[in-house]
Design a binder for this molecule. Sequence first.
Ligand code: ZN
Length: 190
Amino acid sequence: MLVVANEEDALAQLRAGQLCCTRCGGPLAPWGYARPRKLRGVAGTAVELKPRRARCRSCKSAHVVLPGWCLPRRRDTAQVVVGALVAKASGAGHRKIANCLGLPPTTVRGWVRAATSAASYVARVALQVAFAADARLDSVAPRPTPLASAMEALGLAASALIRALGPVAEPWDIVVAVSRGRLLGPVPPG
Ligand SMILES: [Zn+2]
């Protein structure tokens, strides 16, 4: 599975053999689409996801190319999930957030728990991206919770990328791509 911030750029990169296989590092080629699914967007809107597939030209393994506006194995769009996590990191409780979004509190609590356990990994990869995109960034002050630190790092990375590259995608899409689709875990070992 690959996560990309911008689907159109990803197609061009696939055609040009610029995206690499996560298994062997070989070049990927476009390979049709995966099964479409319906996701829940902002204010309960239904959004269709029809992810592109890619196949490795070397080892022939298949990959799903997920756009940054969704999260692997989640029913809600990145805009909804990232919005909820930003609210939580700013101090709102999960019941209030769930109420605003019209979702069960257990759903939001599940995201918060998952994002908290992935937080140190996400903060680390996000700061690598932020400093790679903008070497002049100051060091980052610690935040009161691991989740708040991770969201702060993602915000720094997204704004540094937008400064460097222009508005290449929506901020939450960039956040998902920067966190390599692992905003809600699972994080790779090591
Ligand atoms: Zn391969």
